[in-house]
Design a protein around this ligand. Structure first.
Ligand SMILES: NC(=O)c1ccc[n+]([C@@H]2O[C@H](COP(=O)([O-])OP(=O)(O)OC[C@H]3O[C@@H](n4cnc5c(N)ncnc54)[C@H](O)[C@@H]3O)[C@@H](O)[C@H]2O)c1
Length: 299
């Protein structure tokens, strides 16, 4: 099946990034906001980002105009009726996503593919709510969408081969690197990355080294661009905690279990970069490690 028109549901960080990527790659795209309220703020954000790309020479003025023409905006689900591929990217809550899949199943043309950008939920749980399980699939983009090349393509047990092939070709046309992975909590990247961050926090709890030491060790010893504690702050400690909890619940393996220190930091509102405080204090330049806080958190 050929994808011509793409619908993106959810005007959050990921939805906006995905819609820009598809419009940029030449697909007619319509972005639908899933919650009440207008779209002016989101539209303004995207237009500002694209304008910056023009100023930096990353996008020509002509391409900029054409891209904006291809990118439509709506707050009405029925405007998604004639898309060939729908990519859902609303809040990571199963009942919310399932409800949209059910509602859109009646709205969107039958031959269309339904993809979910979920990071941790099961594609099969969403597919089973629709009359098109063979055309439901996971399409997991990474943040920020414009910079990250990977797209995990996750077929459930009922996804057809044709759907997988179409999605692999689609991701390739976006200039991404698609990797097909079974419908499993965490797929490949988060299944490997979450226990790594969890273990770094356990190292801190056991006083193997300071925050800066643990990060410096992995940056300089494994050539990682950022250490595991800085990475956890970057992702958001609440997100890391949530992913670790879900992986632990699904696989029952101790390596996924969220450490007590992580839970205490989330409860205290220390969520990393986005809250200004996490393992580092981002109000200082450069961000300062908070070893004293960690000591208190360990009692
Ligand atoms: N942020 C990441 O690093 C990342 C990476 C890959 C995948 N994802 C996945 O992408 C999806 C969206 O995440 P995001 O980071 O863009 O989040 P976000 O919070 O920026 O956006 C979520 C969107 O869902 C909407 N929303 C919130 N509550 C809702 C509700 N009750 N009903 C309908 N819509 C609701 C919000 O208005 C917003 O438009 C999630 O499934 C997440 O797991 C996130």
């Amino acid at each position: 099946m050929e994808i011509r028109k793409v619908g993106v549901l959810g005007a959050g960080q990921m939805g906006l990034g995905i819609a820009q990527a598809t419009a940029r790659a030449g697909f007619e795209t319509i972005l639908a906001k899933a919650t009440p309220g207008g779209l002016d703020a989101q539209r303004g954000r995207v237009e500002k980002q694209l304008q910056k790309d023009v100023e930096r020479g990353k996008l020509s003025a002509a391409d900029h105009g054409a891209l904006l023409e291809r990118l439509g905006w709506t707050t009405h689900l029925h405007d998604l009726a004639n898309v060939d591929l729908l990519i859902e990217s609303v809040v990571e809550e199963l009942p919310v996503k399932r409800d949209f899949f059910v509602r859109l199943d009646d709205v969107v043309q039958d031959q269309a593919i339904f993809a979910t950008n979920t990071s941790t939920l099961t594609v099969g749980d969403l597919a089973s709510a629709t009359k098109r399980p063979e055309r439901c699939v996971g399409l997991h983009f990474f943040n920020p969408v414009h910079a990250m090349k990977l797209v995990e393509v996750a077929p459930s047990l009922r996804t057809s081969r044709e759907t997988v092939a179409t999605c692999v070709a689609f991701a390739t046309r976006l200039g991404k690197v698609p990797v097909v992975v079974a419908d499993s909590t965490g797929y490949i990247v988060n299944r490997l990355l979450v226990p790594y961050m969890v273990d770094a926090i356990v190292c801190l709890e056991r006083a193997l080294g300071s925050i800066a030491d643990i990060d410096a060790a992995m940056q300089n010893g494994a050539n990682h661009p950022m250490g595991p504690l800085a990475l956890a702050d970057f992702i958001g400690l609440d997100i890391v905690f949530h992913m670790a909890s879900l992986l632990h619940e699904e696989y029952r393996e101790p390596r996924f279990a969220p450490p007590p220190l992580l839970r205490r930091m989330v409860l205290a509102g220390y969520l990393g970069r986005k809250s200004g405080l996490g393992f580092y204090d981002y109000k200082q330049t450069p961000p300062a490690p908070r070893d004293a806080l960690v000591q208190r958190g360990l009692g």
